[in-house]
Design a protein around this ligand. Sequence first.
Ligand code: PLP
Length: 410
Amino acid sequence: FPMIKKFQSNAEAIAAADQYLYGNHARMPIVMDRGEGCWVWDLDDRKFLDFVGGIAVNGLGHCHPAIVKAMAERAQTMLHCSNYYYNAPAIQVCKMIVENSCFEKVLFANSGAEANEGQIKLARKYAVDHGHPERYVVISMLKSFHGRTLATATATGQEIVHNPKWYSPLPEGFRYAEFNNLESVKEQLDDKVCAILTEPVQGEGGVRPATQEFLQGLRDICDERGILLMFDEVQVGSGRTGKLFAHQNYGVEPDTCSMAKALGSGVPIGAVCARGDAAQTLIPGTHGSTFAGGPLACGLAAATLDTMLNEGLMDNAVKVGEHFRAELKKMVDKHPGVAKEVRGLGMINGVELTDNEIGPKIVDKCFEQNVLINCTAGNVLRFIPPLVATEAECDIVVAAIDKALTELGK
Ligand code: PLP
């Protein structure tokens, strides 16, 4: 490819990025080059332990052999065909999801936001189909994150994502309640509500697992009123919590549920899973996309699910996750007053810090030690590594934070 510039170093590539790349993301000063398992290398050949995992996308780890194989197979057969036709990988993915969940049908999208947009449209049409055109409001939770399209940004329970001064008018029909507070949800209920939307474990909101009572209470409310319970499992689905779906840890079944991130192992994909009447609501012409459910994304999703379900990755997530939380607890106990709580489920874990300033400093100190982690919700260190992570790799992260805290005088 004679036109493609080959960059020799981080500095050279970042200088070009400063000139050409739109600055809509704040980035660390490295250029990712390649990866293997939980490890990545930058253009200067510096090696990092990756506990950000592409924000929960690299579930199988970098360059998993199953994904390499599926990718080669797709490149040699077909990458794309129109949704005017069926393709086998899409059907295989739906079958695997349905056979391992409470759902009956799966609809594809290209991202988490698009899948959630689909859930919102589905809920509104479901209400109309069931004789309730007056129902259009979706109740979502404070501190939630559902995406950055106008509807999903509005469904997100965070002012900073709404930014009405820039994006007004925001779509109508969204209300917010406190996560894990059924009374707060009940205060928002009236005849206009068509659905309740929540993450079973809030990710961007600071790694906050729902209580059993909360999810069951939402199920009961939705059953009593004939409205939909919709879960967003974009971040915590696809095996991360030790089950294919996080809600399977609770035994509470939603009517619909979104997936994305780890489902495609790095190729963009989203999905809406549905059961009962909700599995019949979106008819031709209602929701879809040129790329959604294409053979490339679905070929990789099929390989991802097959590996996830058959190679013990979810059991590993539970076992290693428990070890990680125990070691994090021991470590923060050595630094009194620094942490409020260590929490998580499987391979989504977090440390809530008492101080809002220190999180980014710890992230930077870990970066200096070649360990990638991130800080979300202002004061929560979040760890969403590949599900293949080992106890020894978790110990490296714990030691890096320990050292960071010592150096910061904590
Ligand atoms: N929902 C949740 C719970 C998420 O964590 C995210 C992304 O972080 C999204 C939706 C949006 O997904 P995407 O970035 O693929 O649009």
